[in-house]
Design a protein around this ligand. Structure first.
Ligand SMILES: Cc1cc2nc3c(=O)[nH]c(=O)nc-3n(C[C@H](O)[C@H](O)[C@H](O)COP(=O)(O)OP(=O)(O)OC[C@H]3O[C@@H](n4cnc5c(N)ncnc54)[C@H](O)[C@@H]3O)c2cc1C
Length: 367
């Protein structure tokens, strides 16, 4: 068994999963002087963190419980500086863009307006013959595949080691500690371990219980290519959103499907997303999609992630279950986890993100 070297570092940490949760945890660990090795069963950032849309806010933030708002709003405040630092360290561009979001088809905007006022989010109410609509100018987006590529590069430049195509298969334990993780390629020991395995975090490894109530929720996305500038804000109506990229790409999403670990797409969904998108942006009616894919969100009841120490092992931590908003919540989640790992006083109340709190929650959402 190899022991991960912690020479000159505070501790050696193995992070399982190199999506945005694992990479942002690794970045925070490296910045605070720890040594980090990541294992991913596939490519770094190749799962949900690649497949998502990159809107940096809950879609209708007033519809979520307070623990979602707390983590999301803290991240949203951190995001511009967090991305700028990653871009500088990596030499890559992640396309953070404060493009704003229009929410159309609001039937009763009063509670949304009150929520925005109470939470310090700028909002403007508009009216048309057809509906009330909200304009949220502070909502930003990031080009998530580019962000994860920049994060990956930053982690490597800061001395992190990323092993791709390596599935963590089992944990070796001694009393209340995990001492090593095994893959088909060998066994590696470390001082501490972080579970950031996204939709797979609910799946137990031999020796290590899975995180309660996390399950994959599939989302299908369509991609179009228009001339740059045709759409320059996010549009949302009745569960459907359009996200413009600077180069003219437009993403259309999404579905919420309880289909296990199945990433297949289907023609009926493609046609429905296309038709609904064309109602919002008529030029899309005559435009063929350039790509159609599905990703697996790490679903959790009420969309509340688990950011905590593992209840069975003192040196194992969890950063998983961010469901629809893992890109949004990444910087504040990593910050909270690091505070818990180092025993410093957390900037947020950790109680709602505890393992025990997740154990008590139930899936009530009708998908
Ligand atoms: C269609 C869609 C749209 C979305 N839109 C948005 C949005 O607009 N804004 C937003 O904030 N969020 C959005 N999300 C959600 C967001 O993408 C996720 O919450 C986030 O990416 C989760 O990141 P993660 O690192 O926890 O999981 P992942 O990115 O899935 O990473 C987990 C990693 O763990 C690895 N892994 C699993 N098991 C093992 C193992 N045993 N050993 C080693 N590695 C393992 C996997 O290979 C994977 O790379 C969207 C998601 C989807 C699917």
């Amino acid at each position: 068994m190899h022991k991960l070297g912690a020479t000159g570092r505070k501790t050696s940490v193995i992070v399982l999963g190199a999506g945005i949760s694992g990479l942002s945890t690794a970045l925070a660990l490296l910045k605070r002087g720890h040594g980090v090795t990541l294992f991913d069963r596939g490519k770094a950032g190749g799962e949900s963190s690649w497949a998502g849309g990159g809107i940096l806010s809950p879609l209708l933030p007033w519809d979520y419980p307070e623990p979602v708002s707390t983590l999301a709003l803290r991240s949203m405040k951190m995001y511009a500086d967090w991305v700028a630092d990653i871009e500088t360290q990596s030499g890559r561009i992640a396309e953070y863009w404060r493009c704003g979001m229009h929410v159309l088809g609001m039937s009763q905007p009063d509670s949304a307006l009150a929520w925005c006022k109470a939470h310090g989010l700028t909002v403007h109410l508009g009216h048309t013959d057809a509906d009330d609509r909200l304009w949220l100018p502070e909502i930003a987006q990031v080009r998530n595949p580019r962000l994860v590529a920049a994060l990956r590069e930053t982690v490597v430049r800061l001395g992190g080691i990323i092993h791709t195509d390596r599935t963590a298969e089992a944990a070796t334990t001694q009393a209340r500690r995990v001492v090593a993780i095994s893959t088909a390629q060998g066994t590696l020991a470390a001082d501490q371990f972080v579970l950031a395995t996204g939709a797979w975090a609910g799946t137990a490894l031999p020796g290590l219980t899975g995180v309660p109530n996390i399950r994959p929720i599939r989302g299908q996305m369509l991609l179009f290519k228009l001339e740059p500038g045709v759409l320059d804000t996010i549009l949302y109506r009745n569960g459907l959103y359009l996200i413009p990229r600077r180069d003219g790409h437009v993403l259309v999403g999404s579905t919420l499907e309880d289909a296990g670990f199945d990433k297949s797409t289907d023609a009926a969904t493609r046609q429905r997303l296309h038709a609904e998108a064309a109602e919002l942006l008529p030029i899309l009616a005559d435009t063929r999609p350039v790509r159609h894919w599905a990703g697996l969100r790490p679903g959790s009841p009420d969309n509340i992630p688990v950011i905590d120490r593992h209840p069975d092992f003192d040196n194992v931590f969890v950063n998983a279950g961010h469901y629809r908003y893992g890109v949004t919540m990444a910087p504040a989640s990593a910050e909270l986890l690091l505070d818990l790992m180092e025993g410093s006083s957390p900037a947020l109340d950790p109680a709602p993100y505890r393992w025990q709190a997740a154990l008590a929650r139930r899936w009530t959402e009708a998908l």
